[in-house]
Design a protein around this ligand. Structure first.
Ligand SMILES: NC(=O)c1ccc[n+]([C@@H]2O[C@H](COP(=O)([O-])OP(=O)(O)OC[C@H]3O[C@@H](n4cnc5c(N)ncnc54)[C@H](O)[C@@H]3O)[C@@H](O)[C@H]2O)c1
Length: 151
């Protein structure tokens, strides 16, 4: 019998991640979710709770030493863990940096160390600022808002 394909979904307890898990499980993947449950909920994956093809690890993705063992033998990484609300990032930038920058770097590094062949990453259209064209193509100019007002 052939082994199942193996995927990691970071942020798998969140909105997009949990739907990604549904899809991968329905396609026969073994799925490992890495999520610190900061905004995600275990209830989002309740429907798979007795499924032996799903493993949920509660961990912060910025913890490279902690996450890296989970990447061995993985075929594909879907990187969907992030702090996504924009306004709170202005008052709590270090938290956002840890999850979104250090966390993404750790996921990429853990993938590199384990020789994972594919990482799929969902970013935010906020990088285009207020775009000139809708729907906005990926080739649009990167134009995040640069003026912040601190009161
Ligand atoms: N929802 C949208 O409409 C939308 C649109 C475009 C892009 N995106 C992007 O897709 C990604 C996922 O968005 P979402 O709407 O599913 O967000 P979400 O908040 O529902 O899910 C994010 C998940 O990541 C987890 N998480 C956050 N920081 C973590 C950390 N340091 N370690 C481990 N887990 C962590 C949270 O607990 C949560 O389960 C984000 O990058 C977001 O910017 C979302």
């Amino acid at each position: 019998m052939l082994d199942n394909k193996k995927a990691i979904v970071t942020g798998g307890c969140g909105f997009i991640g949990s739907h990604m898990v549904d899809r991968l499980i329905s396609e026969g993947y073994d799925v490992t979710v890495l999520d610190n449950l900061s905004s995600g909920r275990l209830q989002n994956l309740e429907q798979h709770k007795n499924n032996k093809n799903l493993k949920i690890i509660e961990i912060d993705i910025s913890d490279l030493e902690g996450i890296k063992k989970h990447f061995n033998g993985i075929d594909v990484v879907y990187h969907l863990a992030a702090l996504a609300d924009i306004v709170p990032s202005i008052v709590n930038p270090l938290n956002y940096y840890k999850s979104n920058v250090t966390g993404t770097t750790a996921v990429v590094e853990a993938s590199r160390l384990a020789n994972v062949k594919k990482i799929i990453y969902a970013a935010s259209s906020s990088c285009y600022g207020i775009p000139d064209v809708f729907p906005t193509p990926e080739s649009a100019e990167i134009r995040p808002p640069i003026s912040l007002r601190f009161n």
